[in-house]
Design a protein around this ligand. Structure first.
Ligand code: ADP
Length: 452
């Protein structure tokens, strides 16, 4: 802060100057003229100081601080102090940025900073290797002009970055790159990319291995199951052998079911891209699933069906049938006899449609829910085996839904029941004519469905 002392001195100088000039003017016979000349001179001096200050501010990097007199001296001192502080801050910031650039440069993954329109603001060394971007030539260019993969362009345009995107590498044939975009600040996006070729290869080896093993086991198992069944029914088999043969037959059947489910799962996994888009009448499909389920053993469950007949799902009939029947069979297997099961196919507010399978069964404790769709994950292994479960049903459901751009939500309460909710986006729905449907769908819902 400026001390008041220079101002006191300045005031004193002004008063003394005015008195001296007044006296001289008085002696010369015109004190007013002398005072006016003095005031003009004083004003001129201040204007000159202001000019010097302005010139110095404009060229302060190249010019030394000018000498100032009177009240201007402390003003210039304060400005010089501010100037020094700002230079120090800039130096610190520059060194921080250079350290950040060194760290980001050593980062093995590609990092690219984008502005809100997708223009490249900065990129590290790995971005040149993994994405083929050049520094500094590609700065301020739109990233989708340089990475032209349609999936990437679409991903960027959609602006939903919750899930990463896997795409073929823009620089190497046969390689794969995983891209993740993280918005930050008010108008910046950090794009990270890594090479996932090795991981993909391992995943492919795993899938092929499971598919091959299942395939190879299928034929011998069919033979074993066949013979065991024949022996179990054979009158001549000695009595002590009957029970072991029956158990062997049960276990061989279980193995055959597991192999079938593994093959089903690997067929779905190996199918390229998304599921086909045939218009599937879900209400008819659910009727089929219901009659299959009611035909199961001596089940006494009641299955209630509520469905929006005016909306069809664009997808693969067989895959959907397999997924929905897994959910319904589970609802039966994990509910006590006589329990109620509801199947609901309906449109929801945002134009999406959901299939709900609700039961009043044993339920699942909350901490199991995130793992239910893992292969062979069972809450109660013994019970699953007892009801003939393979541990693969929900994994199949999850894969089928993924191929239909759909998601699975599970709500469950122990001893009260569970609801499995499959949510299909509006883009997978088709509204059909009222006459064709035979029942009136809600007009608003139809608009939603066709609008998506
Ligand atoms: P499984 O062949 O064992 O039924 P799934 O993958 O179909 O295998 O299901 C995994 C596990 O999820 C089951 O073992 C069971 O513990 C639980 N589960 C599935 N559906 C239900 C349900 N409707 N009610 C309670 N538990 C369920």
């Amino acid at each position: 802060m400026l001390s008041p002392r220079p101002w006191v001195m300045e005031a004193r100088r002004v008063v003394i100057g005015a008195v001296v000039l007044g006296a001289i003017g008085y002696a010369l016979g015109s004190p007013a003229t002398a005072l006016l000349a003095g005031a003009l001179g004083y004003l001129g001096w201040h204007l000159r100081q202001l000019y010097v200050l302005q010139q110095w501010l404009a060229h302060r990097k190249r010019r030394p601080m000018p000498k100032a007199l009177g009240v201007w001296a402390p003003v210039l001192d304060s400005l010089e102090r501010l100037n020094r502080q700002s230079r120090k801050r800039k130096r610190r910031l520059r060194s921080f940025i250079s350290r950040f650039e060194q760290a980001a440069g050593a980062f093995p993954d590609a990092a690219v900073i984008l502005d809100i329109d997708g223009g490249i603001v900065w990129l590290n060394h790995a971005a040149s290797e993994l994405l083929g971007l050049r520094y500094p030539q590609d700065l301020y260019q739109h990233v989708s002009n340089l990475i032209r993969n349609p999936d990437f362009v679409d991903y960027l345009e959609r602006g939903n970055f919750e899930e990463p995107l896997e795409m073929p590498s823009p620089v190497e044939d046969g390689a794969f790159t995983l891209v993740r975009i993280v918005p930050y600040g008010s108008d910046r996006r950090l794009m990270l990319a890594r090479d996932v070729t090795r991981l993909n290869r391992l995943e492919q080896i795993r899938k092929d291995f499971v598919a091959n093993v299942s395939h190879e086991l299928r034929s011998p198992l069919t033979v074993i199951v066949g013979y065991l069944e024949t022996f179990s029914d054979e009158e001549r088999v000695p009595a002590p052998w009957r029970r072991p043969l029956e158990l062997m037959s049960q276990q061989a059947n279980r193995m055959a079911l597991i192999v079938e489910d593994l093959l089903k799962l690997s067929r779905i996994e190996h199918s390229p891209g998304e599921a086909s888009t045939n218009a599937v009448a879900i209400s008819d499909l659910l009727e089929g699933v219901r009659s299959d389920a009611l035909g199961l053993g001596e089940s006494t469950h009641r299955i209630h069906l509520e469905s929006e007949k005016g909306v069809r799902l664009l997808g693969d009939y067989n895959e959907l049938y397999s997924a929905f029947s897994n959910l319904v069979f589970n609802a039966i297997q994990y509910s006590p006899e006589g329990g109620d099961i509801w199947l609901r196919w309906k449109l929801v507010d945002d134009g999406a449609a959901v299939l709900e399978v609700e039961d009043t069964g044993i339920g699942v404790d909350e901490h199991h829910l995130p793992r239910l769709t893992e292969r062979f994950y069972r809450v109660d292994k013994a019970r699953s085996r007892e009801v003939g479960g393979t541990g693969l049903g929900l994994a199949i459901v999850k894969h089928v839904l993924m191929r239909h751009d759909a998601t699975l939500e599970v709500r469950s309460q122990l001893d009260l029941g569970s609801t499995f909710i499959c949510r299909f986006p509006a883009s997978r729905l088709e509204a059909i004519e009222l006459a064709e449907a035979g029942e009136e769908p809600t007009p608003a819902a139809l608009e939603d469905a066709s609008g998506g």
